[in-house]
Design a protein around this ligand. Structure first.
Ligand code: NI
Ligand code: MN
Length: 226
């Protein structure tokens, strides 16, 4: 059974090939989070797209709750967390933007993202079992290389920020979908967590459908079977 569950904001849980991957786990300070932090106790991998607090979130605590959980991010960001918060090096999956990293039966990759961050560069994250592929764009503006990300990883699902101001807005995210060409659906994230990123997700849903793609609007806590 494979599943994507939106935990509000950019926090996404992916169940794939018997592994639980959580990306950008902002739980405690996430007004949309449907779960408490202990829900993430058994995760296999914590992916972090960049170190802004709304993405790094509760990463360090999750890694400390469970020493079997591994961290997936740029190696520079990982080493920052090792040095700053004493995350054990044994919990790292070293990586940078590039090809797939095989990890216990799943594949993980980092992609370019156009944004900023304090330590290391911002990224997107791809998770795949070789059959189903999910692209989480992280925080990003619209950029032409999304076309390349679509071509290289051929994602079934694309999770895209639509909140505007710090990332793409719904209109730009529709253009992103048209470049990425997700085979099964585009899922909006990073909106309506706070007033500063309040938008109407229906604008995205409508635009995506007009381009001939599937749009999947989840509520926080809601999941889809893949
Ligand atoms: Ni950010
Ligand atoms: Mn953000």
């Amino acid at each position: 059974m494979s599943q994507i569950r939106w935990l509000g904001h950019a926090a996404v849980e992916v169940l794939i090939s018997g592994k639980r991957v959580v990306i950008d786990p902002l739980i405690k300070d996430n007004p949309l989070s449907p779960v408490k932090l202990n829900y993430l106790e058994g995760v296999s991998v914590v992916g972090v797209t960049h170190d802004h607090y709304d993405h790094l979130g509760d990463t360090v605590e999750i890694l400390k709750m469970n020493n079997k959980a591994k961290l997936f991010a740029t190696f520079d960001l990982e080493m920052y967390l090792v040095n700053q918060f004493k995350v054990p090096e044994a919990q790292l999956i070293p990586a940078n933007v590039g090809g797939y990293v095989e990890h216990e039966g799943i594949r993980l990759a980092l992609t370019k993202a156009v944004h900023s961050s304090e330590h290391s560069d911002p990224t997107g994250i791809v998770v795949s079992d070789g059959r189903t592929t999910i692209y989480h764009a992280g925080d990003t503006g619209l950029f032409e290389d999304m076309r390349l990300i679509g071509q290289v990883f051929q994602p079934d699902y694309a999770l895209l920020p639509i909140g505007g101001r710090f990332t793409m807005d719904p209109k730009q995210a529709v253009i992103a979908v048209d470049m990425i060409k997700p085979r099964k659906g585009a899922i909006p994230i990073h909106f309506n967590t706070w007033d500063m990123i309040r938008v109407d997700p229906q604008e995205f849903v409508k635009g995506v459908k007009e381009k001939g793609y599937e749009a999947i609007l989840l509520q926080p806590g809601q999941s889809i079977e893949l």
